[in-house]
Design a protein around this ligand. Sequence first.
Ligand code: SF4
Length: 165
Amino acid sequence: MASKLRIHDLIPESIVDGPGLRYVVFTQGCPHHCKGCHNPQTHPFDGGREISIEEICRDYQVNPLLAGITFSGGEPFCQCQPLWELGQRIHDMGGTVITYTGFLYEDLEEKALTDPDVKGLLSVTDLLVDGPYIEELRSLDLPFRGSSNQRLIPLSGRIPPDLLS
Ligand code: SF4
C-alpha cells in the first residue's frame, strides 16, 4: 500500500466535521469545482504537501480524547489507497472514520466493483457524507453538511445515528 498522502492541511481538533472531537485531514486535489466551494485552494492536484501516514498516526495518537478522523477535501476518493491504509490504522487505534466526497455513493459503489482502492476506502469508512456542494441548496441548519443534497450515509454501526442529528 502507498504510505504517503497529499494534503492541504491537518486540523488536530474539530467539532464541526462529524460527531465528537475529530482529527481532520484536508486532502489536496479535487475534480468537482463546485460553485461556491469554500476550499478552492484544495483543488490543484499539484498543490499542498506530501505527508506520510506514519506521521499523521503519530500526531493522532497524541490526543486520547479524539473520537476519530475525518477525511475532507479536496476529494478523498482521488487518494483512496493511502486513506484506506490510514483508515485501517485509525480503526486499530479505536477511532471512527468519516469520509466526505463530492461523488455520489451509488457511483462509488459501482466503481468499487472494479477498483479495489475505492472498495478499500469505503470499507474503512464508518460514515460517508456524499454529493457535491450546491450553492443554491446551502443551509446552515444541517449538521456536518453544507447543502441539503448532501447525505449522511452510515456504512457501519460504529457511529450511533442519534449523534448525527
Ligand atoms: S467536492 Fe468539496 S472541495 Fe471539491 S469543489 Fe466541491 S465543495 Fe469544493
